[in-house]
Structures are given as structure tokens and as C-alpha cells.
Design a protein around this ligand. Structure first.
Ligand SMILES: [Ca+2]
Ligand SMILES: [Ca+2]
Length: 413
């Protein structure tokens, strides 16, 4: 028996080695050495070379797109301004950088490598050369800034039902999506997966989902700060709908929407929001921090919603139909021009325990608050101002706060 297992292991090892060799033979790395925005002189010859004999970012992507199999574009420190204007072009020849095959674009660091959209098109457009073919795109260690003049995704637009998008150690800044039906610093529409790990999405503006607009598929966010974005309609920081959404140890801070959901707007989503801060956001209508609509399949755990403001109802959260499930979550020090300083209900606010809600009177009066063990409600738990910490933003508890050690225990803390 032992011998047969060993034989099987050896055979499997040989197979894996073959696969690795095969992939290794196909993979190419293009080290970029020119910040000028120039095209490749002869696309498809496997050599990244402009007419000047240099390897530009655009030439590297054109070669990578033409080359089957995974490729890596390696960027040095520098600012890469996309000066070859011409939007609505999809072969990376002008305007945005179109990624059409499995690729990794790696910079030298988010503070060192900047790709500037020149406010003339988005920065990256990600979709396979063959509609809905599998592809994986990875961006790391760089900053995308000043995408604009587009309706979908001033930083990036991700499409294709088999497209997986991984973003880590990346800033997406200062994008100007069209304010008339323009969506998101990142626009994701019915692709397979978007993963944001250690990402900052800051100071982008659009019509809906100022920082991020995510429709369909799967969204995973961890260690990420979404701040100072704005929307004319809903979801100043982010809007997600008809998707599975997982947010962990992240923050939505200082975002604004003229409509609802200043920090985050959820519609018809499932998943979990865990150990996340939603603070200092503003909505002109409802849900200064959060608007949750058809979001009863989302578990909110050990989150903080504080110091958000609403020009309408629900300063912290507007709980729309059918309801919202929270545990160990603090909702306090929010303000609303209308009813429900911290929480306003259209659906039920269900606590699974250890919830700390400064003002839940509007929900209680409507018989739409179900208490959990260890809840502390209708007293001010005591929270401090929003402060930056470890690359994100947090709302600390003040000395003597009722919330100290009242969260019911957070795993991993
Ligand atoms: Ca070439
Ligand atoms: Ca394009």
C-alpha cells in the first residue's frame, strides 16, 4: 500500500513538473525602461521595443496581449503619463491600457511607480481577447491616478464572466468619472472576482459608487481604505449589488454621496462585513454611513459605524427591507437631520449579541429592533474622533467607554 502511494506521488510530481515547465516556457517578463507613452514598433514578435528601441509600459502590454499564456510587466520607479489620447480603443494602442490576457503588472512600490491617466481615459480596462475566456489580471505595488473622461471605472473597468482581478499594495487616486452616469474608481460588472488587499481608493468622483462600483460576481476586500470619494447618487465610498461581498479589517471614511449610503450602499448582496470601520461619511439622503437594502444575508460582525452624518434619516445606518444582522457592532455618535440618529429602520435591525447602539429609539418604536445578549443600547458608549492608524482609519473608544470589552470577543484580536 505504501509503495503504491509513493508511486502515485512520484507520478503526480512528474506531472506537476511538466505543467510548470510548460507554463514556464510560455511566460514572458517585460522589464520596462522608458516612462514615455510609446507603442510597440512590431507587435507580436515577442520583443518589447518602441521605435526608439526602448521598452515602454504600453509596448510591454501590447506584447503581453499578443503572447498567449501568463506574462509579467515589470515597472521601475517613475511616473507613466498616458499621453497617447484616444478613448474607446481596445488594443492598448491609445487611451487606456487594455489588458486582454492573463498578466501581472508589478511596480516598484505604490509611492514610487505612478500610472497617470491624464484625465483623458481610464487607466486600465480588463477584459479577455475572446469574450468571457478565463483570464487573471494582477496589479501590485503601484498607484493609478487621474483616470477620467469615462463613464465606467476611471481607475479600472473589469469585465468578463471568467475574469479574476487581484489588486494588492495599490493606490487608486484622484479619478474623475463622469458625474452623469459615471461609475466608480473601480467599475466591476459581472466579472468573476475582484480581490482588493492592502489597497487605498481615495478622492475619486462619479455619479454612483464614487470609489468602487461592483455589480455581480464576488468581491473580497481586506486591509483596505476607501476614503474621500464622492458620488452624485448613491454609495460615495462604494456601491455593491447582486454580489457576494466579503469585507475584513477595512475602512470607509470621509466619503460623500448626494443620495444614500455615504460610505457604503448595498443592494441585494450576501456575505460578511467584519472588523470594519465606516466613519465620517455623509449622505444627502438616507444612511450617512451605510444603506443596507436586501442585505439580510450579510453578517455584520465587530464593525464600527461612527461619526457619519445624514441629511435625511439614519445617520449611521439606514436599515431597509428586509433587515440587517449585527453582532459585536458599535453604532454611535452619528447624526441625522431627520429621525434615527444612529439607525433608522424600514426593515428589522437584528442583534445577535454585544451590539452597542447609541440611539436605536426609532427602530424600537417601530418594533423593528430585536435585542441580543449583552447589547448596550440607547446610551452613548463613548467614541473618540476618527484618526488615521496603520494605513487605515479607526474610531478609538474613549477612557471609560461602555464599549470597552463589551464586543463579545473578536476572533484574532
Ligand atoms: Ca514588439
Ligand atoms: Ca479601452
Amino acid at each position: 500500500m505504501r509503495i503504491s502511494i509513493r508511486l502515485l506521488t512520484a507520478a503526480t510530481g512528474a506531472l506537476i513538473a511538466c505543467l510548470l515547465l510548460d507554463r514556464g516556457a510560455q511566460a514572458d517578463t517585460y522589464p520596462v525602461n522608458d516612462t514615455a507613452d510609446l507603442p510597440d514598433a512590431l507587435i507580436g514578435n515577442g520583443v518589447c521595443a518602441t521605435a526608439a528601441g526602448t521598452c515602454s509600459l504600453r509596448a510591454a502590454i501590447q506584447e503581453a496581449n499578443a503572447h498567449a499564456g501568463p506574462d509579467t510587466v515589470s515597472l521601475p520607479a517613475g511616473t507613466f503619463v498616458l499621453t497617447r489620447t484616444g478613448a474607446s480603443e481596445n488594443s492598448a494602442f491609445t487611451g487606456d491600457l487594455d489588458l486582454r490576457d492573463t498578466i501581472t503588472v508589478a511596480g516598484a512600490g505604490r509611492d514610487l511607480t505612478l500610472i497617470d491617466g491624464n484625465l483623458s481615459d481610464r487607466v486600465f480596462e480588463i477584459f479577455p481577447a475572446v469574450t468571457n475566456a478565463p483570464m487573471t489580471a494582477t496589479l501590485s505595488a503601484l498607484t493609478l491616478c487621474r483616470g477620467g473622461n469615462v463613464s465606467t471605472g476611471c481607475g479600472m473597468d473589469v469585465r468578463g464572466t471568467q475574469t479574476r482581478m487581484f489588486v494588492s499594495q495599490v493606490d487608486i487616486r484622484d479619478g474623475a468619472c463622469q458625474t452623469s452616469f459615471g461609475y466608480g474608481g473601480i467599475y466591476f460588472n459581472n466579472a468573476y472576482l475582484l480581490s482588493l488587499d492592502d489597497v487605498v481608493i481615495d478622492n475619486n468622483a462619479g455619479w454612483s459608487g464614487g470609489g468602487l462600483y461592483h455589480n455581480g460576481g464576488r468581491l473580497f476586500i481586506s486591509g483596505t481604505l476607501i476614503s474621500n470619494n464622492s458620488a452624485q447618487a448613491n454609495g460615495g465610498g462604494g456601491a455593491a449589488q447582486s454580489a457576494f461581498v466579503s469585507v475584513n479589517k477595512s475602512a470607509f471614511a470621509g466619503n460623500r454621496s448626494a443620495g444614500s449610503g455615504g460610505g457604503l450602499y448595498l443592494y441585494n448582496v450576501s456575505g460578511g462585513i467584519t472588523s470594519t470601520t465606516i466613519a465620517g461619511n455623509y449622505a444627502g439622503l438616507s444612511g450617512g454611513g451605510l444603506y443596507a437594502y436586501y442585505a439580510s444575508s450579510v453578517q455584520f460582525s465587530w464593525d464600527t459605524l461612527a461619526r457619519n452624518r445624514s441629511g435625511g434619516t439614519g445617520g449611521g445606518a439606514f436599515v431597509d427591507y428586509p433587515g440587517m444582522n449585527v453582532r459585536g457592532t458599535l453604532i454611535d455618535a452619528n447624526t441625522a437631520a431627520g429621525a434615527g440618529q444612529d439607525a433608522y429602520r424600514s426593515g428589522s435591525l437584528n442583534s445577535q449579541g454585544n451590539s452597542l447602539i447609541g440611539d436605536v429609539t426609532q427602530c424600537v418604536a417601530s418594533y423593528e429592533y430585536s435585542a441580543g445578549a449583552g447589547d448596550i443600547v440607547n446610551v452613548r458608549p463613548g467614541v473618540g474622533a476618527l484618526i488615521p492608524m496603520a494605513g487605515t482609519q479607526v474610531v478609538p473608544l474613549v477612557h471609560g467607554s461602555r464599549a470597552i470589552d463589551a464586543g463579545g470577543g473578536v476572533p484574532g484580536h
